[in-house]
Design a protein around this ligand. Sequence first.
Ligand code: GLU
Length: 472
Amino acid sequence: MTVKTRFAPSPTGYLHIGGLRTALYNYLFAKKHSGTFLLRIEDTDQTRYVEGAVESLIETLKRMGLTYQEGPFLQSQRLEIYHKYADQLLSAGHAYRCFCSKERLEELRKQQEAMKLSTKYDRRCLNLTKEEVEDKIKNGESSVIRLRIPDGETTFDDAIRGTITIPNSEIDDQVLIKTDGFPTYHLAVVVDDHLMGITHIIRGEEWISAVPKHVIMYQAFGFEMPIFAHLPHVLNPDRSKLSKRQGDVAVEDYLNKGYLPEALNNYVALLGFNPSGDREIYTIEELVEAFDLSRVNKSGAIFDVAKLNWMNAYYIRNIDINVLLELVKPFLGDMVIKTETLEKVLMVERSRATTLADFAPLARMYTTQQSYNPEALIWKKADKADASKQLEGVITFIQNLELSIFDDSALLESRIKEYIEKGNLQTGNVLWPMRVALSGSEQSASPFEIAWVLGKEETLLRLRNAVEKLNT
Ligand code: GLU
């Protein structure tokens, strides 16, 4: 059997973190089995259509590297197909036309609710004769097509949840074709999964309650049953379903904030899936290798931004510097910085960044001297006069250093340390004011690293500025 999976989002907005996980698992599973991953846009609900959503979904999948081999198929372009299959169910008696008005259905629902009954269609139109149906159509009455749920019970296997059995008395006669002629999700999904040859349906657990209806349709059509796998919810830290109210949920927002696709894929893959052991960092190839539906958890997985931040920082620290360089550039806006300098900034600062966006203020510190309070130059164990004296000493020392020393940050460091040692100076008294003078901040990389990035001239300029600040 050639494995074929699909991601079938409805274009109601952006790609949600939960949607990313569904897409990713379908991608991983197909890759692992040398199969095909397909994209289908489920856009038959015209009331939920959002302009630009399809383009945004496709773009985000692309940015995440989740390439599909087939599609995108748009259900709204396949209406004739669904009608053909609905007609097939009608003529075989597995479906029927229903002419009940919205008002009647609403009234029925209210009555059932008042009597604490499950809300289901009462089958008033089930036994209309062929002539009655034809008359109503001739009279211009609008109708829907409903699935006729047979007696008995429905059983199916879920690769994550095991075997599930539901008495058919609990299943509503689902509308398959609406009055506007569009199919409902239920008809379109069954027909398409069959026609597109989907072997494994991997999706969020919110769809599991729909499976019995689908199984009944598979049986009515005589289609071969696919394998179902329903993924546990992605949760907020308070265990409610992941929602916008408690933070970002759109994948594009994370990308735009400077999360790396690799880090997002890695983090999201582990939401509800445990490869073996405690290991947490996986390349996409390693995820493909490790992925197994039997290792997907049944219970919900909490989306923890702190953990994602940790992982993103890990990727930023470890990714190839040239790749990082290209990734960072779009986050610098109109900043003017030489590539050579930027590369040095990244080498020095990458351990301090959580997202790519963090590099903008970090790089700006090098391109432009930041304003700071001169008091910050004074080390806690020293005073203003000492700070000024130490800075002057360092200025003289650096002035006399050959330019080539600045090519090598380790060499620069050892020379300055030698200067401190030989002069019998206190490290803190020298390095604290030097660091603040160069960075304009009490928290920064080491003064040697900063000086290395800045170069001799700019280093001296900033040190002299600091002395001036202290003495005015
Ligand atoms: N179109 C559904 C959604 O938007 C997907 C359901 C399915 O995968 O079968 O989530």
